[in-house]
Design a protein around this ligand. Structure first.
Ligand code: NAD
Length: 381
């Protein structure tokens, strides 16, 4: 059995620990590794890296992981480590991933890959020139609800797709009378926070992979909650956007409208939902569920405010069955990346696609600041 050494930076954080270390890397080892096309299996040897020895030691002890260090340079200098993974706070990423590329490591990273387009492009270019494999987390595409949506698209269910409406968000507590459920750096622009930088990279790969290239964006980013209380009970001023209302124009004329907000209360079935309307049918996809309405089963509402609602609209949709086992999406993508590294299997979510996500965030913020519709450079060509 082959073993791949993976340097994991940021495993004390929410994403790094739960989704990447526990639910992906350790889960892969528990299942006996990643199966390659010839039947061989590759297990992963995580090397935990971070700033706090005490926290790393505690995680290592909890999971029986022998290798951890606060010295990134030493981990990168070790030839047994072929892959570097980064789930650090966003603004720490560029430096660490650059060092990993310079050390000749294959790199896999959380999104956004950088805080601005120049850095994101520089990272993609550095990886290409160094000839290292590279990948970016695109977890939303692997959600059961979106996998069902993709199945509908591939099966021609929609006819011509006209529009997409996405609702993402939930109330993030301010931190005063109830603790905030997201880290405080998310609300400080100077620390790489902001919902546009956080979520537009997701919308970029979701839209381009499912519906088509993004040609233009019109966005309004705002800070609804202006003061919050941090992890240490200290009030701080919010300097980053906590909601964004955006319209994305896609190749082929599809219009996608997506609201992203940490200042909205949920009156939906799931924390993210996309409604897709096509000439032949419509669907509403969430994290797990997907419901459809075919043209043949579409009711004919008539606008009459004098009458109570006559149709049970929500009940007129049909559940799309699973028809498959959906594993954890982060783990599925790790397995893909391992196959990409070991046997050159395809992996489309590279640093160049990550840079397009960062680009979309930058254009969205520009659209908002200037109050204009912004075309995506090169997209129309
Ligand atoms: N794919 C997704 O769905 C998804 C969801 C949430 C966050 N993320 C991304 O994952 C990354 C981590 O987010 P998170 O929510 O896990 O954050 P977090 O605050 O829980 O974790 C941040 C990690 O970075 C480390 N770190 C390094 N330098 C730091 C510094 N100067 N200040 C603070 N922490 C520092 C921390 O020790 C910790 O391990 C971010 O880039 C974020 O955009 C992705």
């Amino acid at each position: 059995m082959d073993t791949l050494g993976v340097v994991m930076n940021g495993v004390t954080g929410r994403m790094g620990y739960r989704q990447h270390l526990v639910r992906s890397v350790l889960a892969i080892n528990e299942q006996g590794g990643v199966e390659l096309s010839d039947g061989r299996r590759v297990t992963l040897r995580p090397v935990l890296v971070g700033r706090s020895a005490a926290k790393l030691e505690a995680i290592a002890a909890r999971h029986g992981i022998p290798d951890w260090t606060t010295d990134l340079g030493a981990a990168l200098a070790d030839d047994r480590n072929a892959v570097y993974f980064d789930a650090q706070i966003t603004n720490a990423r560029i430096g660490a991933v650059t060092r990993a590329i310079e050390a000749g490591k294959h790199v896999y990273t959380e999104k956004p890959t950088a805080e601005n387009l120049d850095d994101a492009v520089a990272l993609a270019r550095a990886a290409r020139e160094a000839g290292v494999k590279n990948g970016v987390v695109a977890d939303k595409l692997f959600l059961p609800g979106l996998l069902k949506l993709r199945r509908l698209i591939d099966g021609g269910f929609f006819g011509r797709i006209l529009s997409v409406r996405g609702e993402f968000g939930y109330w993030v507590f301010e931190g005063d009378w109830q603790p905030a459920q997201r880290p405080s750096w998310n609300y400080r622009a100077e620390d790489g926070g902001g919902i546009v930088l956080d979520m537009f990279p997701h919308w970029a790969y979701v839209l381009e992979n499912l519906f088509g290239r993004i040609e233009a964006v019109t966005a309004r980013a705002v800070t609804h909650v202006e003061e919050r209380v941090d992890e240490h009970g200290r009030p701080y001023k919010v300097t980053a956007d906590d909601a964004a209302y955006a319209i994305f124009e896609l190749a082929g004329g599809v219009v996608a409208q997506i609201n992203s907000s940490w200042a909205v209360r949920v009156n939906r079935d799931e924390l993210v939902e996309f409604q897709v309307d096509g000439t032949h049918g419509s669907a509403v996809a969430g994290l797990r569920r997907c419901r459809v309405q075919h043209r043949s089963a579409t009711p004919m509402p008539v606008w009459n405010p004098d009458l109570p609602v006559t149709e049970p609209f929500r009940e007129q949709w049909q559940e799309v069955p699973d028809n498959a086992e959906f594993g954890n999406g982060f783990k599925t993508q790790w397995e893909m990346f391992v196959r990409h590294v070991v046997e050159d299997a395809p992996f489309p979510y590279d640093l160049a696609s990550g840079a397009r996500g960062v680009q979309l965030a930058g254009l969205g913020l520009r659209s908002s600041a200037e109050g204009v519709r912004v075309e995506v450079p090169g997209a129309g060509a």
